[in-house]
Design a protein around this ligand. Sequence first.
Ligand code: ADP
Length: 248
Amino acid sequence: DTRHKILLYLEGVSVSFDGFKAIDDLNLYIEEGELRCIIGPNGAGKTTMMDIITGKTKPDNGQVWLGSNINLLEMDEAQIANAGVGRKFQKPTVFEFLSVWENLELAMAGPRGPWQVFLSKLTGEQKDDIERVLSIIGLSDQLALSAGSLSHGQKQWLEIGMLLMQRPKLLLVDEPVAGMTHQEMDRTAELLTSLAGQHSVVVVEHDMDFVRSIANKVSVLHQGHILAEGSMSEVQNNAKVKEVYLGE
Ligand code: ADP
């Protein structure tokens, strides 16, 4: 029985906007601890798929489950975030005037709201938690710097760190390396790879070299459903995939 090893389960999911099927009978299964890349041409439905997982968009049909007992379709966005789904959008949205440490402190508050965190003294355990995340994202030496003074790459890692403060089961990451230097891309590959195992990570990315460097398994989305799935070389040699990407 593979079912209980699956963390994210989308089956027969469809959604239409004004009669246009943006997601069309989509099946997607993400295992616990897996790092999966989703690729696909513009308009394939990648953003809509992420919106469905986080509850921003509700599908017309289908099933969306986290593990075998959490029905995400019965929850709103805040409840889904609380259930362990973290989403990182393409642009970093850190608090520029706060320090790296304070950004992580704020993120720890989550739905309880920031004031409670700033008004009460951190426990030793909470400090350990921030230090643990600082070390994962490689910003331990920058903890006192204002987030606004960080490089683009460092801001992206800080935002991933902010999500990690909530200990998500599933991390959804949208185009993490857009605008990054090669060095920052390598560091991001290391970071995302190190998060897999502890978390399931789903990355939407256009940079094929980056995808090749991180993912064991790639899903190709096209016209709202999965066209092919497998290793990067498998999907690249797939005739249907070649056809879709021809001229891109
Ligand atoms: P991708 O992220 O892969 O580029 P999207 O999920 O953004 O694709 O879009 C899939 C299709 O659905 C596109 O044709 C887009 O124009 C359409 N679409 C997405 N969101 C809406 C919306 N809110 N209203 C109408 N059409 C939408």
